[in-house]
Ligand binder design. Structure first.
Ligand code: ATP
Ligand code: MG
Length: 244
């Protein structure tokens, strides 16, 4: 794609609230040798800007696949996914990198922090990749450490932090570039249930406070009901979609 149109896509601010994330007739198959797995089977779902959505369903039902496709971490076989007005399959690699870096923040079950960097540096990493100035980075890291309650742990490396603290660093990192969307795949899966609930509440509170769209996967029904809207998946399809 020519430079000019790349820039247009990157700079255009869209303010559509409805159908902010639009998944239409999306299928995704994986083949392992002879076996073909239909991980997603004609899924259609729209998520509005600012919605807090949970996804539950049995193991293998397609939750991670759906999240990864919305998050531009994998490619669809058929259908369309539009995120904030941009159809993902039409974007160049450069534009997809931009979406992954600026539009979406990811939180993973195993935290995915860089082991050799302390909390502060882990949180700063996306800001460096986005070429923010040193001053801006310092200010933002301070704000983020404060918002996840980790100012006093800023110099700790991941192996010097508890699981809950590591996930708080990961949440701060996901929010660093002020993305519109937070995608969290079992963010509390490696934590005990009370720490997990606290972490999820923090993620939900920060998403609401900063008007983010949050989609999270969980196996815990007590956590799923904290979302305004719940999607239930089975066998590569959404079998229930209900709001509070
Ligand atoms: N890279 C891959 N290669 C082959 N098959 C895959 C791959 N990724 C996922 N699958 C298959 O696709 C289906 C959906 O997987 P997915 O990871 O989306 O499930 P899930 O709902 O997230 O499950 P879990 O709750 O265990 O995380 C499963 O049957 C899985 O085995
Ligand atoms: Mg999964």
């Amino acid at each position: 794609m020519p430079q000019e149109s790349t820039n247009t896509v990157m700079k255009t601010k869209r303010k559509t609230k409805k159908n902010f994330i639009n998944v239409i007739d999306v299928s995704k198959r994986y083949s392992l040798g002879e076996v073909l797995v239909k991980a997603l089977d004609n899924v259609t779902v729209s998520i509005n800007r600012g919605e807090i959505v949970s996804i539950v369903g049995p193991s293998g039902s397609g939750k991670t696949t759906l999240l990864n496709l919305i998050g531009a971490l994998d490619y669809i076989d058929s259908g369309t996914i539009t995120v904030d007005g941009q159809e993902l399959s039409k974007l160049s690699d450069k534009e997809l990198s931009f979406v992954r870096r600026e539009t979406i923040g990811y939180v993973f079950q195993n935290f995915n922090l860089l082991e050799e960097l302390n909390a502060e540096k882990n949180i700063e990493m996306p800001l460096i990749l986005s070429k923010k100035s040193k001053e801006e980075r310092k200010k933002r890291v301070e704000e983020l450490l404060n918002s996840v309650g980790l100012l006093e742990r800023r110099n700790h490396k991941p192996d010097q932090l508890s699981g809950g603290e590591q996930q708080r660093v990961a949440i701060a990192r996901a929010l660093a570039n002020n993305p519109e969307i937070i995608l969290a795949d079992e963010p509390t899966g490696n934590l005990d249930s009370s720490t997990g609930k606290r972490i999820l509440n923090l993620l939900i509170d920060l998403s609401k406070e900063h008007k983010k769209t949050l989609v999270f996967v969980t196996h815990d029904n007590e956590q799923a009901i904290l979302a305004q809207r719940q999607l239930v998946m089975n066998d590569g399809t959404i079998i229930k979609d209900f709001s509070k």
